[in-house]
Design a protein around this ligand. Structure first.
Ligand code: NAP
Length: 418
């Protein structure tokens, strides 16, 4: 076990381990958490009692999460002088499952984003975001109940890999000269230049995760969302490698959309996952017009960033959108939104994004009963129109409550329902 200088490792819990590719979760797992910056403390303080109440009520005291605070962002900077101390990365390696609030993006200092750094250093290669409408939630679309789409966004490649050069710098000119002189490309003077790597390895492990999860969860399709008509050797290759990994690793459990129509007259055979692909721009209209035709969707980084926020809007906004960054045998769940600095310390914003991220975390740990108790309690709270400002402004006759009051009401419903 690593030593920790700033975090205290609780002595009354155990580590989650892994055996034969399966997580082994003890009854009292130690889970690291990062409170987050800006609105982070407000949403964490409302959220943690929800997890504790659900686990206590559902398992009658036989199970308990033993929380361990680890540091990142402004709190880490104050305590350790670093934005993310090494021990915070190590805590996710040691304890395998954690949860975080939003982190500020430092301006200057060589760090592009603390979130991107956490995902890349820990090789949490899939950002998994489910957008599902919860009854009672206000939505800008007419049939939000048709939306239940999970985005598997590649986290480590694409234009997010951070390989770019500023216009006018010596490095940029060097790359431009190489492209023009050696590769025969025409790059306009004064351009900034970025590189978009997409690999077979990165694509296949992401798409395989989406297919494996779809099989495990009894889902119907995995759609590859790409812009391969234009970017043939990156996004187009993503599409090809996606179909390839389905054929190679899951031949008995997958069929393509062509096979579905050519051989099965459009009727999905029981137990088969349909592999489809869609061009990214048209996928944005598909999820508005025919969202019920899509289920799990795998895509490169930038497509996933855009599409998951658009989907979040359909089911109630960023305050309702959960997320998890998943790697092999480890995961860090997180609220999808940022630090919303203008609301810091006001006890105002919606904590549901973080609460639903915890729901995904509990399911990942195999504690699905506690996860469902929380989902039911959220629905009850929203249906009685006892909501934070973001939902209240879209609802008729709702009561506007604070972050803490909303969390407390969910706890009450969990206790009532048990
Ligand atoms: P943001 O913090 O997500 O906030 C944008 C707007 O979204 C808010 O003004 C608010 O809209 C709404 N919103 C966000 N969280 C909400 C919640 N819990 N409840 C209700 N409404 C919520 O985006 P930003 O202002 O662009 O970014 C602020 C900082 O966060 C930046 O430093 C950014 O880099 C960072 N960031 C971090 C993460 C992360 O940690 N995962 C993700 C994105 C951004 P209204 O004011 O209209 O109500």
């Amino acid at each position: 076990m690593s030593t920790y200088q700033y975090a205290s490792v609780p002595d009354d819990g155990e580590r989650i381990t892994e055996a034969d590719g399966e997580l082994q979760v003890p009854d009292r797992p130690i889970l690291p958490f990062i409170e987050g910056d800006g609105i982070g403390p407000d949403i964490w303080n409302a959220t943690r009692p929800v997890f504790d109440a659900a686990v206590e009520e559902v398992y009658g005291g036989d199970r308990e999460i033993v929380w361990m605070e680890v540091f990142a962002g402004e709190k880490a900077r104050e305590k350790t002088g670093e934005w993310i101390p090494e021990e915070t990365f190590q805590s996710i390696r040691d304890f395998r499952v954690g949860i975080k609030g939003p982190l500020t993006t430092p301006v200057g200092g060589g760090i592009r984003s603390l979130n991107v750094t956490l995902r890349q250093v820990l090789d949490l290669y899939a950002c998994v975001r489910r957008s599902r409408w919860l009854p009672g939630t206000p939505s800008p679309v007419s049939e939000p109940e048709k939306v239940d789409i999970t985005v598997y966004r590649e986290n480590t490649e694409d234009v997010y890999s951070g390989i770019e050069w500023e216009a006018g710098t010596e490095e940029c000119e060097k790359v431009r000269s190489f492209l023009m002189d050696e590769m025969g490309e025409d790059v306009r003077e004064g351009s900034g230049i970025g590189v978009k790597p997409i690999s077979e390895f990165g694509t296949k492990r992401l798409v395989a995760m989406a297919i494996e999860d779809a099989i495990r969860d009894g889902r119907t399709s995995v759609t590859l969302v790409h812009k391969g008509n234009i970017m043939k050797f990156t996004e187009g290759a993503f599409r090809e490698w996606g179909y390839e990994v389905a054929r190679e690793r899951f031949p008995e459990r997958t069929i393509t959309e062509d096979e579905l129509w050519d051989e099965h007259d459009g009727e999905r055979p029981d137990g088969k996952i349909v592999i489809k692909d869609r061009i990214a721009d048209q996928m944005f209209q598909q999820v508005l017009l025919r969202p019920d035709e899509y289920d799990y969707c795998a895509m490169p980084n930038l497509n996933g960033d855009y599409l998951s926020d658009a989907l979040a809007a359909q089911v109630g906004g960023l305050g309702m959108a959960p997320g998890g960054n998943i790697g092999d045998g480890r995961a860090l769940f997180e609220a999808t939104h940022g630090t919303a600095p203008k609301y810091e310390g006001m006890d105002k914003v919606n904590p549901t994004s973080l609460i639903l991220s915890g729901v995904a975390m509990l399911k990942y740990m195999g504690w699905g009963e506690a996860a469902r108790a929380i989902e039911d309690a959220i629905v009850e709270t929203i249906q009685e129109k006892y909501v934070t400002y973001d939902l209240e402004r879209q609802m008729e006759g709702a009561t506007k409550v604070k972050t803490s009051e909303f969390g407390q009401r969910i706890v009450e419903h969990i206790r009532d329902g048990a």
